[in-house]
Write a protein that binds this ligand. Structure first.
Ligand SMILES: Cc1cc2nc3c(=O)[nH]c(=O)nc-3n(C[C@H](O)[C@H](O)[C@H](O)COP(=O)(O)O)c2cc1C
Length: 334
């Protein structure tokens, strides 16, 4: 049984399956869809501390939280304690449950702004960031890191040490270096090392694409919980699969009705939230995951790539659903 509640300072989470911050993906409607599968916590997309300074409205939209979108972690990225602290003050009246600092993003634009994984070069600055936040909030302060800048500068233990000294409440670890981006394999043995050295909860992240992967990471590393990211884009039902596997229960893949109903609901929520044009553009990113491995999936994808009206999306999804029902006699063969 790997499913267990986690306490992060004064925040009680019902289990240990975390949903990663995913820029361009984990907006409010998508978080609500993911929550239906009973995950422990979702995070906002990363929010730029400088963005909050210069274009508050646009950046703050990423921290749009609804009463039913709880518990929620807000993730900030920025280059220094001063900038991040100002951003933190500017969102003081936002109803979030935890604040997380991004020390792992390896996107060029973010690194150029000396933020994200760039902070790994300076564990003392990470210390200052965590410390000033801890001194000014009762909410948990956490961070998400990679293993280091590159192979010659692997310093996750040093970063852990700085974080613990600053009284961070939890650390999430994606064991790839900045220079690896998403190449190669996440080195889970590094999670084991970090967990052994850590006095705060450790959430393992990287390359979890199935329930079995998640269990394997828990077994191999002893980490306290897992964070799902790309696996969820590939398979929007990964949360329920992981939870089921953690409970050592047999997992039945969602049948076609469940897939299609969830897809229709997800699409509608995004369109209602972002408008037809932007909403459909955003939803297309998820559509592949819902139909992955089904007969005729690539034709379906091609078709919806050309649609610009929500009503046409609905019609196409329903038609595809009926087609699948005809070609697949038993749903458990999906
Ligand atoms: C499209 C995309 C967007 C991401 N956005 C963020 C982000 O906003 N903040 C963050 O800390 N990590 C972000 N990440 C990194 C993931 O949270 C995660 O650490 C990484 O993908 C490794 O996990 P995985 O192998 O399960 O995907 C992003 C990754 C992807 C693919």
């Amino acid at each position: 049984m790997f499913l267990k509640p986690i306490k992060i300072k004064n925040l009680f989470l019902k289990n240990n399956v975390f949903i990663a911050p995913l820029a361009g993906y984990t907006n409010l409607p998508t978080r609500l869809i993911f929550r239906e599968q009973d995950c422990a916590i979702c995070y906002s997309e990363m929010v730029s501390a400088m963005g909050l300074k210069f274009n508050f409205e646009k950046s703050a939209k990423l921290i749009d939280i609804s009463k039913i979108d709880k518990p929620i972690g807000v993730q900030l990225f920025g280059s220094s304690s001063e900038i991040i602290f100002k951003a933190f003050l500017s969102i003081s009246n936002f109803n979030y449950d935890l604040i997380d600092i991004n020390c792992g993003c390896s996107v060029k634009k973010v690194l150029k702004a000396k933020s994200g994984a760039y902070l790994l070069k300076d564990p003392k600055e990470i210390y200052r960031i965590i410390k000033i936040l801890k001194e000014n909030t009762d909410k948990p302060v956490t961070l998400k890191i990679r293993s280091g800048w590159d192979n010659d500068h692997i310093n996750f233990l040093e970063v852990l040490d700085s974080s613990i000294k600053a009284k961070a409440d939890l650390i999430t670890f994606h064991p790839r270096t900045r220079s690896m981006l998403f190449k190669g394999k996440a080195d889970w043995s590094q999670i084991k090392i970090l967990k052994k050295a850590s006095s705060i909860p450790v959430i393992g992240n990287g390359d979890i694409f199935s329930g079995t992967d998640a269990v394997q990471m828990m077994k191999e590393t002893g980490c306290d919980g897992v964070m799902l990211a790309r696996g969820l884009i590939e398979n929007p039902f990964l949360i329920e699969e992981v939870i089921c596997t953690f409970k050592n229960e047999k997992y039945n893949k969602p049948d076609i009705d469940k897939r299609m109903n969830t897809m229709l609901k997800h699409c509608s929520l995004i369109v209602n939230y972002s408008g037809e044009r932007n909403g459909l553009a955003n939803f297309r990113k998820f559509a592949s995951g819902y139909v992955k491995g089904l007969p005729g999936a690539s034709k379906f994808r091609q078709k919806i790539n050309h649609l610009v009206k929500h009503k046409d999306f609905i019609k196409t999804i329903e038609e595809y659903c009926n087609y699948i029902k005809k070609v697949v006699v038993k749903n458990d063969k999906l």
